[in-house]
Ligand binder design. Structure first.
Ligand SMILES: Cc1cc2nc3c(=O)[nH]c(=O)nc-3n(C[C@H](O)[C@H](O)[C@H](O)COP(=O)(O)OP(=O)(O)OC[C@H]3O[C@@H](n4cnc5c(N)ncnc54)[C@H](O)[C@@H]3O)c2cc1C
Length: 490
């Protein structure tokens, strides 16, 4: 029987990490094949597109654009412009309507002080302590007035960074509003504050790319497609087993095709690794790796997009984002759609605003774990309809607004090739302490280095981001190239 062609490297997955590993290896002259389960390139880079309107419903921002994020360099090499958003006003809606700018400043300042006070606390709290336990304690700076700090050049009010918190000075805000506003942190974290480990709070802030954010023109999906260059990619090829024998790795896909590589780089997301059958890898993964895969957390973050014929919401041309604080109690499985929206802290980016070029009458709302899980139990068209009605209740327009002409609701949480948005910071766990070292463990190659792992979940310093995926792809590209050179010399 004729053996299939032996590739230098087979990359599993055509997201950001796969793109970077594949293009770097191909650029060094190695033969590379990419196998992707979906019928499109990009993974968690996905752009909603209608004509010229392009809005990212997966990753959207190059975080730390001016602070060294390597995605900027890739975009530049490929001739793709990225836009730093113009500062724009951010409006916070309390239960009674929009807050005054003084009241909004008080909320932002108190949350900012509370966050600053919780960064890598010393002495280290017990692993059972959560971010919520400190943030909502009676002595928390969340409930006291705060001192001025320099503000960043990107305000929380732009669609670029709706969950970031600029800082300024203000008196103490009402406790219930401060708590509700703090819940917006759950959007970026991908989990409830009660689940996030206090011990590791802010641990990444020293290493991750942060400060300025920029949006790639045309969306992230087009950029990652370009990043692959001429590398051979087979779409619709879900990998079902990876076996190492006789100095080669054999990869079998759901269609029954078998491919052979001297090496393999696996970028399958952590959420998917958790679900793989025991026999997927042969020899099977070591016990420590299996334990880390199960113990490391994948978070929930979804986006709900409503596109209108015209922007009907207040000050659409000046506002960057609207934050809605709850008017009712925390929702649960028995809550109606209206109650899920009214009981949640929501951040809604206004694409009709001045922040980015190509303004469009579109609102994009970020859903944290609690509303996301509850909403995903309903048909998306009902969710979109209920959200439109919620917006009317909160914005109180003086005339009947137009109905949305388009909507989109992501389901990264149930997507079988993602099973979640991204890894989260280390969690409070009953089954032994979790720490950022988990991300290191997930990165370690196996099988004499023939099986490598890349993906955002494998980068201790940049987990949960495109930067993490890119850095991991670079890391594995370099490591595998060294290994291939050594094998060639043997
Ligand atoms: C809603 C949302 C918003 C985000 N916002 C930002 C942001 O603004 N900025 C930022 O930096 N990051 C953001 N992120 C995170 C960022 O999108 C990810 O960290 C990054 O895209 C992950 O890239 P990756 O290559 O590790 O994984 P992926 O992009 O998931 O790529 C893995 C690939 O493997 C494929 N695959 C899975 N199983 C198999 C199989 N069995 N066989 C073959 N292929 C398989 C998948 O289909 C996928 O294409 C966001 C994520 C989400 C979900």
């Amino acid at each position: 029987m004729v053996q299939p062609k032996l590739f230098d490297t087979i990359v599993l997955g055509a997201g950001w990490s796969g793109a970077v590993a594949a293009r770097d290896l191909a650029a060094k002259g190695h033969s590379v094949l990419v196998l992707e389960a979906r019928d499109r390139i990009g993974g968690r880079a996905k752009t909603w597109s209608r004509g010229d309107v392009k809005i990212d419903v997966g990753c959207s921002w190059i975080h730390g654009y001016k602070e060294g994020n390597p995605t900027r360099t890739i975009a530049k090499e490929l001739g793709v412009t990225a836009h730093l958003p113009k500062p724009a006003e951010g409006v916070i809606y309390g239960p009674e309507g929009p807050l005054s700018s003084t009241a909004a400043s008080a909320l932002r300042a108190s949350l900012s002080s509370a966050q600053a006070s919780l960064k890598t606390p010393h002495p280290a709290p017990p692993p059972s302590a959560s971010l919520a336990s400190a943030l909502f304690s009676s002595t928390s700076p969340l409930f006291t007035s705060s001192t001025p700090k320099p503000s960043s050049d990107v305000q929380n009010t732009s669609p670029a960074n709706p969950d970031a918190v600029p800082t300024d000075s203000a008196p103490a805000p009402p406790k219930d509003l401060a708590e509700s506003f703090a819940r917006t942190l759950e959007i970026g974290l991908g989990l409830k504050l009660e689940q996030a480990s206090l011990k590791w709070a802010g641990w990444e802030s020293a290493t991750s790319f942060a400060g300025s954010d920029a949006a790639p023109e045309g969306g992230y999906e087009a950029l990652v497609k370009k990043a692959f260059g001429p590398v051979e990619i087979k779409l619709g090829e879900e990998v079902v087993s990876v076996k190492y024998a006789d100095g080669a790795v054999q990869v079998t896909t759901v269609s029954g095709e078998t491919y052979r590589g001297k090496t393999v780089v696996c970028t399958i997301p952590l959420g998917v690794l958790k679900q793989l059958p025991e026999e997927f890898f042969f020899p099977s993964l070591p016990p420590a790796r299996k334990e880390t895969i199960q113990g490391t957390h994948v978070g929930v973050l979804e986006k709900l997009l409503l596109h209108y014929p015209k922007a009907w919401w207040p000050n659409a041309d000046t506002v960057g984002s609207y934050t809605f604080l709850p008017t009712s109690s925390t929702p649960n499985e028995n809550s109606s759609l209206a109650e899920i929206f009214s009981g949640s802290s929501l951040v809604c980016a206004n694409f009709a605003g001045p922040s980015l070029p190509n303004s469009t009458p579109t609102l994009l709302t970020y859903l944290s774990e609690t509303p996301a899980r509850l909403l995903l139990a309903h048909p998306p068209e009902q969710v979109a309809k209920a959200y439109h009605e919620f917006l009317i209740k909160r914005f109180k327009p003086t005339s009947t607004p137009p109905e949305p002409t388009e909507y989109a609701l992501t389901d990264w949480h149930k997507d079988k090739y993602a099973y979640g948005a991204t890894t989260t910071p280390s969690i409070v766990s009953e089954d032994g302490e979790r720490s950022p070292l988990d991300f290191k463990e997930l990165s370690r190659p196996l099988w004499d280095g023939r099986l490598g792992f890349a993906g955002e979940h494998t980068e201790m310093d940049h987990r949960g981001s495109v930067a993490g995926a890119v850095v991991s792809g670079q890391r594995e590209g370099e490591r595998v190239a060294r290994l291939l050179n050594r094998l060639a010399d043997e």
